[in-house]
Design a protein around this ligand. Structure first.
Ligand SMILES: [Fe+2]
Ligand SMILES: [Fe+2]
Length: 193
């Protein structure tokens, strides 16, 4: 049987749209774990969700939306403004949930509202924004942006040790905000391609 050229390894060839789509899927899974889970499983899943949402939405705010704003045929400003408003709203809801902790009275209702808002927001990005990027931004640029987003993600602190959490299961808002700042800083450094 003749040798067939092996396909490019998927890892390094992923572009920023692939990466963000993967994160959307992971975000959806984590919401399921938080909503369906109890005790430590729920707490850990919520912690992971907070971190991933912070990294993901910040990368979109810093890289993807500004890029999409200038593309032809996208309804540009209006579309991007709507996405940014949704992200702002989601962050506020998230901060409220973080402040109360997973055992707070309103958590169950709040997390479902947040899930619905975040997933609807993600569908809009997938339907209106990501196709524009694929259509108008050179493939090597989209791949370079994936590398930049991954590097920024790597600066995010890992889940705090269980002993660092209060008995209430509160997650401090501090680490989530630190993630946002670090990702923002990393994204603003001029990226090499
Ligand atoms: Fe987003
Ligand atoms: Fe997104």
């Amino acid at each position: 049987m003749p040798e067939i050229a092996t396909p490019a390894t998927p890892g390094p060839e992923l572009d920023v749209v692939d990466l963000l789509l993967e994160q959307h899927a992971r975000i959806e899974q984590l919401f399921l774990l938080v909503i369906g889970g109890t005790g430590e499983v729920r707490r850990d899943a919520f912690d992971d969700l907070v971190k991933l949402l912070a990294v993901h939405e910040t990368a979109e705010e810093e890289v993807v939306h500004p890029l999409a704003r200038d593309l032809p045929g996208g309804g540009g400003d209006a579309m991007v403004d709507e996405r940014l408003a949704e992200e702002r709203q989601a962050k506020e809801t998230l901060q409220t949930l973080i402040a109360g902790g997973v055992d707070a009275d309103g958590f169950d209702t709040g997390i479902i509202l947040l899930r619905d808002a975040v997933l609807t927001h993600a569908r809009y990005e997938e339907r209106y924004e990501f196709p524009l990027l694929r259509q108008h931004v050179p493939a090597d640029r989209l791949r370079a942006l994936a590398t930049a987003v991954r590097a920024a993600e790597a600066t995010a602190p890992t889940r705090p040790h269980p002993s660092a959490q209060t008995a209430k299961g509160n997650l401090a808002a501090g680490p989530a905000l630190a993630v946002i700042d670090r990702v923002r800083d990393a994204m603003r450094k001029p990226s090499e391609s």
